[in-house]
Every structure is written in structure tokens, then in C-alpha cells.
Design a protein around this ligand. Structure first.
Ligand code: 13P
Length: 255
């Protein structure tokens, strides 16, 4: 359980916010604020903002990600974006399986697995989101749910792909956008549960080298405590990633 084997990843999920001009302004504000970062810093932005943010981030240590991709290589999928399209324009990361996509757009564990496989095949890095809803936590089945989501999504993923190109993000759904953060202990308990599963599915060394983030109302005030937990290797940040100073403070807390 050696945390030094992992470089923390702090990723902003801008969700469906910011027109290209606003995206450019925020990315450019973040460059000087994050240039000394000791962690990987990723901005996951709306598709339409990708070219602008890629151009602003070029030559800096900011990485750019999308928020979803389709599982097929190409074809008759009106309105969808293929992983290879993202890779082609220089995108490095893609979020897969976010709870908003599961709840609102019909993503299932199976389609999340397919999207994960497609993203890896296209050469992207994946931020794989898992997490329980409030009722599942109340029923005491959080770990079962998160283990199932993780296991299905990773079914076709090799050990090498996992440790080099997959970040698992534990995002309790009840903590997303609600201001209700998991306690540091709750976050660490589930992240450790995910790491134990990875040790079962792969081996302990692979598990120890895989980055597992926490996400859900992480902000400038609670980040340090969450990120200090032994199994919390970074954060996936929604609301607070839209404010440069707050996001920069979270990045600094990961250092
Ligand atoms: P909030 O940080 O706004 O709770 O969102 C978390 C999230 O969903 C990141 O993917």
C-alpha cells in the first residue's frame, strides 16, 4: 500500500458548462496557477470546447479530456463521438461511466465496459467512474455495488492498461453536486475496497500502482483531508473546477 507508487491525478469535470470563449479564459487562468503542480492536472471539457482548450493547454502541463465516448469505432450513431475522433485531435483522457450518464442517458455496466475498451483501443486514458446511490449506501451494499461496477468495466482490460491508462474515480452519487462530501474515512474505505478488488483481479503490485480518485463535492476546503487518505490518489471535481482559484487550491493540496 505504498502511495509513492502513484502520481495523483486531479481532474476537473466541467460537465455542460462554458462556451468556447469562457473555456479558453478558464484554461488560460489555470496555466500559471497550476504550473508547479506535483500531480497530473486534467481538464475534462465539453466536446465543443476541446479544440480551444487543447490549443490553450499546448506546451503546458495541463492535460485535456472529454466526458464520454461511444463504444463503436464509427458508423450510424447520430450525435455520438468515437474515441478515435478524440484521440485524433489530441485529447488524452476520457471520462467513462459518470453517474449522470448512467442515470440520465442509459449507460449500463455493460456499455461502460464497452466504452472503456473502445477508449483504450483508441489509445486514450480512461477515468472510470463508479459509485453507489444513497439508497444503496443506506442498505449497506456500497462495496458490492462499486465492486460489481468496477469488475464489469474492467473485464477486458489488461494489467498493463489498468496501471498505465486507467484511473478509477469513486464518486458516491449522493455526494455529487449536493455539497454533501463523503467523510475522508468513507472515501478511503471504498477506495481501499476498490484497490483490494484490483489485487484480486490482477495482483497487489498492479493494485498499488493504480490511481483511484475520489469525487463528490470536493472543494478547496475539504481537499487536503480527502487527499491525505492512504487510498485517495486524486480527485474528480465538478463545481469547484469551474473556479480557477478553487481548482488550483485542490491541485496544490495534492502536491
Ligand atoms: P461536484 O464536485 O460538483 O460534486 O461533481 C463531482 C462530479 O460529478 C465530478 O465528476
Amino acid at each position: 500500500m505504498n502511495k509513492t507508487l502513484r502520481t495523483p491525478v486531479i481532474a476537473g469535470n466541467w460537465k455542460m458548462n462554458l462556451l468556447p470563449a469562457g473555456a479558453k479564459a478558464l484554461a488560460e487562468e489555470l496555466i500559471p496557477l497550476t504550473e508547479g503542480a506535483q500531480c497530473e492536472v486534467v481538464l475534462c471539457v465539453p466536446y465543443i470546447d476541446l479544440p480551444t482548450v487543447l490549443s490553450s493547454a499546448s506546451g503546458t502541463n495541463l492535460k485535456v479530456g472529454a466526458q464520454n465516448c461511444h463504444w463503436a469505432e464509427k458508423g450510424a450513431f447520430t450525435g455520438e463521438i468515437a474515441a478515435a475522433m478524440l484521440k485524433d485531435i489530441g485529447v488524452e483522457y476520457v471520462i467513462v461511466g459518470h453517474s449522470e450518464r448512467r442515470a440520465l442517458f442509459g449507460d449500463t455496466n455493460e456499455t461502460v465496459a464497452q466504452r472503456t475498451r473502445a477508449a483504450l483501443d483508441a489509445g486514450l486514458k480512461v477515468i472510470l467512474c463508479v459509485g453507489e446511490v444513497k439508497e444503496e449506501r443506506q442498505q449497506g451494499i456500497t462495496l458490492e455495488i462499486v465492486r460489481l461496477q468496477t469488475k464489469i468495466a474492467l473485464a477486458g482490460v489488461s494489467a498493463e492498461e489498468l496501471q498505465q491508462r486507467v484511473v478509477v474515480a469513486y464518486e458516491p452519487v449522493w455526494a455529487i453536486g449536493t455539497g454533501l462530501t463523503a467523510t475522508a474515512e468513507q472515501a478511503n474505505e471504498v477506495n481501499k475496497g476498490i484497490r483490494d478488488l484490483l489485487a484480486e483481479l490482477y495482483d497487489q503490485d498492479v493494485a498499488d500502482r493504480t490511481v483511484i480518485q475520489y469525487g463528490g463535492s470536493m472543494n478547496a476546503s475539504n481537499a487536503a483531508e480527502l487527499l491525505a487518505q492512504p487510498d485517495v490518489d486524486g480527485g474528480l471535481i465538478g463545481g469547484a473546477s469551474l473556479k480557477a482559484a478553487d481548482f488550483a487550491a485542490i491541485v496544490a493540496a495534492a502536491g
